[in-house]
Design a protein around this ligand. Structure first.
Ligand SMILES: *[C@@H]1O[C@H](CO)[C@@H](O)[C@H](O)[C@H]1NC(C)=O
Ligand SMILES: *[C@@H]1O[C@H](CO)[C@@H](O)[C@H](O)[C@H]1NC(C)=O
Ligand SMILES: *[C@@H]1O[C@H](CO)[C@@H](O)[C@H](O)[C@H]1NC(C)=O
Ligand SMILES: *[C@@H]1O[C@H](CO)[C@@H](O)[C@H](O)[C@H]1NC(C)=O
Length: 277
């Protein structure tokens, strides 16, 4: 994987580092000091691994692995989640990987993030949970294969949230028996930790300029496309283009469901689009 992925891991690092044996007072562990070439061609995996190990045995409270900006790192292999969030030992078990305060991070290549099952998948991807104002933009995801997952390309925002998520694209995605292949849930709420029966609210995170292009494969549920936007803050500028999703069960039909979703279609869109102009 050619990536600065580990940069993200460093952000959650503090969650478990404090419990590990201490051997050094150093706080900053720069991958360049551990031999990373950062030329985008040499395999930097060992340097990342060494910096990581050193940080894990640091004596300080908040050891930080530093991946310098404006460089191109090549990291090969799979990023594996621990088998269960319980290893986080009481810290925020809703987070395996978080990207916080990061701009200009590009992750490309053939690597794998292995979440090892639903204990981790169930936790990812919500905006506006704390009725805060969010600003998410210029997110581009391409060439991803989803196999047997609950969600494919999903944007989920809380009803009580404010702000926006815009200029987002999903391209060249393949799906194999995915339950919610294309999903916007702008009406998310929960009651005592489970998905609530959400009443309409006047707030919402405005979702706009979202493009889905070249998304093909199979769905394990009837709703292959579900664009469930808010009555008060509708989704705008959605583009569906070259979509071909079938049921994973022979002879069954899939459908698209839309609520307050506006935008345009181009090329083949199957199941038939329900976007409003
Ligand atoms: C990804 O895999 C494809 C097919 O195996 C290969 O052609 C391509 O060079 C790989 N890309 C990278 C960045 O490793
Ligand atoms: C959308 O994102 C792309 C890639 O980050 C960027 O080049 C483009 O300027 C953005 N568009 C807008 C309207 O911000
Ligand atoms: C949520 O949990 C609290 C405390 O257990 C309970 O008092 C309350 O009735 C619950 N609310 C709903 C809507 O289930
Ligand atoms: C859309 O969201 C509302 C509010 O949560 C929910 O009641 C409804 O069932 C959802 N519709 C679909 C098609 O998922």
């Amino acid at each position: 994987m050619k990536a600065m992925v580990v940069f993200a891991l460093m952000l959650i690092f503090g969650l478990f580092s404090a419990d590990l044996p201490f051997s050094s007072a150093q706080t900053i562990f720069n991958v360049l000091d551990y031999g990373a070439k950062a030329d985008g061609k040499t395999d930097d995996s060992n340097a990342f691994s060494a910096a990581w190990k050193a940080a894990c045995s640091a004596a300080t409270q908040n050891p930080t692995v530093v991946v310098p900006r404006s460089k191109d790192f090549l990291v090969k292999g799979t990023i594996n989640a621990p088998s269960s969030p319980s290893v986080w030992r009481g810290r925020n078990a809703r987070r395996w990987l978080i990207f916080h305060g990061v701009t200009g991070l590009h992750i490309t290549g053939n690597g794998t993030f292995n979440g090892h099952g639903s204990e981790w998948w169930d936790l990812i991807g919500s905006l506006g949970k704390y009725a805060n104002s969010v600003k998410v933009e210029n997110i581009h995801v391409k060439k991803v294969n989803f196999k047997g997952t609950t969600n494919g390309v999903r944007i989920k925002t809380w009803q009580i949230g404010l702000g926006y998520a815009r200029n987002i694209s999903f391209e060249h995605i393949t799906l194999e028996s995915v339950k919610n292949p294309i999903y916007i849930d702008q009406n998310y709420c929960d009651i005592n930790g489970t998905r609530g029966n959400c009443e309409s609210k006047s707030t919402g995170v405005h979702i706009s300029e979202v493009t889905y292009d070249d998304i093909v494969g199979t769905s394990s549920s009837k709703e292959a496309i579900n664009l469930n936007c808010s009555q008060s803050v509708a989704c705008t500028g959605i583009t569906l283009s070259n979509i071909k999703i079938e049921s994973d069960k022979s002879g069954q039909q899939v459908i698209s469901a839309c609520a307050n979703a506006h935008g345009t279609n181009s090329g083949v869109v199957q199941p038939k689009s329900c976007l409003q102009s």
